[in-house]
Design a protein around this ligand. Structure first.
Ligand code: SAM
Length: 247
């Protein structure tokens, strides 16, 4: 009675661990976001397994069924279409329910687009904030970006082809043109591209060739470290002196 959280590749099929393959071979059931998509991966790995559909829309309802199966002694692996389950993919409700029911949950780590992009970005990686996808509508997106104005940590966003330019334009509106961004595109795939620009230069680079706007993207954005640096120590001293003079 164990639930395994198994990471699968984000493009290059060689990015699967031996432990992931062995686990997928051994479990009684594989819960997958898209059974057809995962079927192809399993076929490539020559794994014959029973698949069970668990996606965002049915997760809460289906989790209970999976809990019953786990309680009856079955072992189950959870996989998503790409990368690490639960990272902008289904699985949260199931894992929460397992922990509440004292069911063993074992992670089988592997690929994750956010971490792969961060590791190659050259931006500070000691502290970072994973932001996932921004809201789809402009107003909500701009409002959210405003809350991140003073975020000092490196920020990681996922973005889709059709919203990439809108998102960057909103970032420029809210954060200005100069912030440094690393765009990591099609990681581990044939057209993998990792470029770093200011927001403005990145927008221009993407607009120069519409092919550059196609694919899967991670945006890594520098944090705001300017607030602390921007305050001149002399100004702080002057303020302290003035404060002393105040009644
Ligand atoms: N669970 C996945 C993970 O561990 O990274 C993320 C799933 S999320 C639904 C899909 C998004 O992840 C894509 O829209 C893209 O932003 C990002 N992504 C996934 N694979 C990628 C890749 N090979 N290169 C760049 N970004 C990728």
């Amino acid at each position: 009675m164990t639930l395994y959280i198994v990471a699968t590749p984000i493009g290059n099929l060689e990015d699967i661990t031996l432990r992931a393959i062995n686990t997928l071979k051994q479990v009684d059931l594989i819960a997958a976001e898209d059974t057809r998509h995962s079927g192809l991966l399993l076929q490539h790995l020559a794994i014959k397994a029973k698949l069970f559909a668990l996606h965002d829309h049915n997760e809460q309802e289906k989790s209970q069924l999976l809990i019953e199966k786990l309680k009856s002694g079955l072992s189950i692996a959870l996989i998503s279409d790409a990368g690490t389950p639960l990272i902008n993919d289904p699985g949260y409700h199931l894992v929460k329910a397992c922990r509440e029911n004292n069911i063993n949950v074992v992670p089988i780590p592997g690929a994750c687009a956010a971490i792969a992009a961060l590791s190659a970005s050259g931006l500070p990686s000691d502290k970072f904030s994973y932001e996932g996808f921004l809201p789809a509508k402009t107003k909500a997106r701009q409002d959210y970006l405003t809350t991140l104005l003073d975020e000092p940590r490196t920020m990681i966003f996922y973005e889709s082809t059709h919203r990439l330019l809108d998102t960057l334009q909103d970032m420029q509106t809210i954060w200005g043109s100069d912030k440094q961004i690393v765009l990591a595109k099609e990681l581990t795939k044939t057209w993998e591209t990792i470029v770093n620009f200011s927001i403005l230069d990145l927008i221009n680079w993407l607009q120069e060739d519409s092919n550059r706007q196609k694919g899967e993207f991670v945006l890594i954005v520098e944090g705001n470290n300017k607030t602390a640096d921007a305050i001149d120590p002399k100004a702080i001293n002057t303020l302290k002196l003035l404060l002393k003079e105040l009644p």
